[in-house]
Design a protein around this ligand. Structure first.
Ligand code: PMP
Length: 362
């Protein structure tokens, strides 16, 4: 019996994608071995690799100006790799600070140049409950790039409209909301996302970057860290995480089969409406700290009246087959992560439980 999985990442995967992996595990396409036992340069694996890129390109409508890369090292490696490639000596980059992950990205950039805080929504208690408004940004027109985190996994805030950064290249950490909807990526210089939330298992990081931006990357850094080297080699410069990419292929094929990102977005909006609706209806019991306009569609954060009730909520939900609800250790409370594999029915089960919990503990 599978549980209802609200884990923040690694997160639940769509059942059809896992079932396909199970069915193909021992004998991939009558080759007598699993996909992970194939050479990354063999035609069987290469077909999977290229299909994953093609599916992603089709689902998101990625323009030919941009290229898809499959890298390793997680989003954390991207925190370093972006400045390593683009923050050349003597230049500065603007960081939009909206949570712990932006702070980590900013810290890594300091090894290579002088990152600047162009805005922060940090509060005196060190937490964040919103993303900034356009008129709060103090951008430097000469910056090498602007870095932002589109969805703040820990605090449950999300940029619903991306900021206007003028002619400066925009770099976006989309780890926790990549593919939640169709989105024009043509104006983004480089985006990255660890796969383990919306699109697969951990182990692979998807990068979508403008070819002309990649070309600007430094050539005097080790090859394995150059976006340009991975781009020239179709992400086969070294051995890629073949099993993880295979699973990403399965998840993308599932997304296409259910109707693509239009359907995925409709489900995500329904799930968020159900959850925020339940929170607003019982606002005297459940406290949702995030400003309305910044509420995340992917991570819904709230607190019960006491920490003891937070713990009781998590424990009782577990007895109902719902796991992954404990808030991040830095902010406590409850966090419901409703990535693409979480169904509307799963969220309905949770909102029914929330109603019941208010009646019995409110
Ligand atoms: N950025 C965001 C928005 C995240 O949610 C996470 C992980 N939860 C990271 C970066 C770090 O990712 P990784 O563990 O893949 O390095």
């Amino acid at each position: 019996m599978r549980v209802i999985n609200f884990n923040p990442g690694p997160a639940g995967l769509p059942l059809p994608a896992l079932e396909r992996a199970r069915d193909e595990l021992l004998d991939f396409e009558h080759s007598g071995m699993s996909v992970m036992e194939h050479s990354h340069r063999g035609r069987e694996y290469e077909a999977v690799h290229n299909e994953a890129i093609a599916l992603l390109t089709e689902l998101l409508g990625i323009p030919t100006s941009h290229q898809v890369l499959f890298l390793t090292g997680g989003a954390s490696q991207q925190f370093a790799q972006v400045p390593m490639n683009f923050l050349t000596p003597g230049t500065s980059a603007d960081y939009l600070m909206t949570g712990v992950w932006s702070e980590k990205a900013f810290e890594e950039a300091k090894y290579y140049g002088t990152p600047r805080v162009a805005v922060t929504t940090v509060q005196p208690d060190k937490h964040y409950t919103r993303v900034p408004h356009q008129d709060e940004l103090r951008l430097d027109a000469k910056a090498a790039y602007v870095h932002m985190t589109s969805n703040n996994t820990i605090y449950g805030t999300q940029w619903h409209t991306f900021p206007d950064v003028g002619a400066v290249p925009l770099v976006v950490d989309m780890s926790s909301d990549f593919l939640w909807r169709k989105q024009d990526v043509g104006g983004i210089a480089l985006l990255y996302a660890g796969a383990q939330k919306n699109l697969g298992p951990s182990g692979v990081t998807v990068v979508v970057a403008a070819r002309d931006f990649i070309a600007r990357g430094r050539k005097d850094i080790p090859k394995v860290f150059r976006y340009g080297i991975h781009a020239e080699n179709n992400s086969l410069y070294n051995t890629p995480p073949t099993l993880a990419i295979y699973l990403v292929r399965n998840v993308l094929a599932w997304m296409k089969s259910v109707g693509g990102l239009a359907q995925i977005e409709a489900w995500n909006r329904q799930k968020a409406a159900l959850l925020y609706g339940a929170l607003d209806q019982h606002a005297g019991f459940y406290r949702a700290p995030v400003e309305r306009a910044s509420r995340s569609v992917m991570n819904v954060v709230f607190h019960l009246p006491t920490e003891a009730l937070d713990a009781a909520f998590v424990a009782e939900a577990r007895t109902q087959g719902m796991v992954g609800l404990k808030g991040h250790r830095t902010s406590g409370g409850i966090r419901v992560s409703t990535y693409n594999a979480v169904t509307v029915e799963n969220v309905q089960a949770l909102t029914s439980f929330m109603e019941h919990f208010v009646k019995t503990h409110g």
